[in-house]
Design a protein around this ligand. Structure first.
Ligand code: SF4
Length: 297
């Protein structure tokens, strides 16, 4: 009898046999990485003073049209590595003094990397961060939850029609909210150490999109209704930068759009972070050239 190898891991449930062809997300049957380096542009409670050990995975289950990382999300730039090499990379980042191991868009690789992280978690002795678009299935939350201390999900959309148009995921609002519920149930309320580095908990990111402030305000209200003002931290992001892709909004957000969403965040009583509306998008987007992925000589 042959094992059914059709992948149904994420909410896409695209059914690809990843050993013979990539799924909707672009992932095959090996761990594929684009970059593994200390990263200094996350929120202060993640990057701290020494940087976050960011491991960027290739492919994406959401593939939003406005993505700033299209080389990895849509074009699947990266290199396949073995589980042993993935393990080494975690320790190489630790040796560089990072505050945590930050798995960036690891969604499609849960079955491949969680067993490695379970083995090394105690020796690694750093918080493990899952940094994702929020569109996770209950199975993904359960698997990552075995090793994850800090969750860094987006909550992009309260408006399903907008989610369908920009990310091909009309069920995003309910799927992502359920996923974040699972994260909060596992991690509990946010806990910072004496240096202000997040050790446990959920930090939700929301990017304000041009012309979509009502979606943003509704997203903030949904989060407030689900988690209260102290169940999560919230990071309000203003860095939207047009990428020229078909269907992607073609301008940056206005100060009015940003400030009206910020008012809703303040009214909701969330703790967390906000970005200046004149933040340059490019500085938050690292170059992808396999830095830290290849074995050291
Ligand atoms: S993880 Fe990738 S291959 Fe698996 S169901 Fe999702 S999109 Fe398809």
């Amino acid at each position: 009898m042959t094992r059914d190898r059709r992948c149904t891991l994420c909410p896409r449930r695209c059914g690809a046999d990843r050993a013979s062809r990539p799924g909707y997300c672009g992932a095959g049957d090996a761990i594929r990485l684009a970059r593994a380096m200390p990263h200094h542009w996350e929120e202060p409670c993640i990057s701290g003073t020494r940087g976050s050990g960011a491991i960027f995975f290739s492919g994406c289950t959401l593939r939003c049209v406005f993505c700033q990382n299209r080389a990895i999300s849509a074009e699947n730039f990266g290199k396949d590595v073995t589980p042993d090499r993935f393990r080494e990379i975690c320790f190489e980042l630790k040796a560089q003094g990072v505050h945590n191991i930050n798995l960036v868009t690891p969604d499609a690789y849960a079955e491949l990397i969680v067993p490695v992280l379970e083995e090394i978690k105690e020796e690694l002795a750093l918080p493990i961060v899952v940094n994702c678009g929020g569109y996770l299935s209950p199975e993904q939350v359960e698997r990552f939850g075995r090793v994850t201390d800090v969750w860094l999900p987006d909550f992009k959309y309260a408006d399903g029609a907008l989610a369908a148009r920009l990310s091909g995921a009309g069920d995003y609002p309910e799927v992502a909210l359920a996923a974040i519920r699972g994260m909060v149930a596992r991690a509990g309320k946010p806990v910072l150490d004496a240096d202000g580095i997040l050790q446990k908990g959920v930090l939700v990111r929301h990017l304000v999109l041009p012309g979509q402030r009502k979606n943003s305000i509704a997203a903030v209200e949904m989060l407030r209704g689900a988690f209260g003002s102290d169940g999560i931290l919230l990071s309000l992001m203003a860095q939207y930068t047009p990428n020229g892709a078909d269907g992607a909004p073609a301008r940056r957000i206005t100060t009015f759009e940003y400030e009206s969403v910020l008012e809703a965040v303040v009214a909701a009583g969330f703790g967390g972070y906000c970005q200046s509306p004149d933040s340059a998008g490019q500085e938050y987007t690292p170059e992808f050239g396999l830095q830290g992925v290849m074995e050291q000589a």
